[in-house]
Ligand binder design. Sequence first.
Ligand code: CUA
Length: 225
Amino acid sequence: MSTWANLGLQDSASPLMEQLIFFHDHALLILVMITVLVGYLMFMLFFNNYVNRFLLHGQLIEMIWTILPAIILLFIAFPSLRLLYLLDEINEPSVTLKSIGHQWYWSYEYSDFNNIEFDSYMIPTNELPTDGFRLLDVDNRIVLPMNSQIRILVTAADVIHSWTIPALGVKVDGTPGRLNQTNFFMNRPGLFYGQCSEICGANHSFMPIVIESVPTNYFIKWISN
Ligand code: CUA
């Protein structure tokens, strides 16, 4: 989860998020190079006294400064498309979790396991334990096994919500009347926090998501109660 003064991305907990961070850093580096170059050129213009009274056209330089930025943009476009299709790929999931957005809580269904279902509400500040995270902890956490492919089906019962977990690189809208799909692979144990990210009404900020990533045998123990 994010803590004080964490302005960047959270540490990744899945291979896809790791790739997203690599792409972010790659794009940012290109952005910095462009900004420095253009900034330098604009700054240097202030100290330029040269005048060319006969300048009407410059075909060659126009060609260069049109094609060159286009080529630079390809270095962002191709890795971006690679990531886009990588995020969309589903790799034989071993567990499927269904998340349903409500005003204002999430409910979950484990369709593979006797259709276990439960609601997950945020713990109000006045009921929060001293080691709890305010506006982020829930009464019933999702428990999922680490090191396995997990499929998430997202929908909503009333208005549009969005099931978002930054550390896993997951962000899927839950839309009434639709069923969206995504998948992820958690490569370490821990608690992963998320929040709804579609403006869904008065308590939009108060329907967080908590995933408990545990070893597979622990998950089996939990699911069989
Ligand atoms: Cu649900 Cu915002």
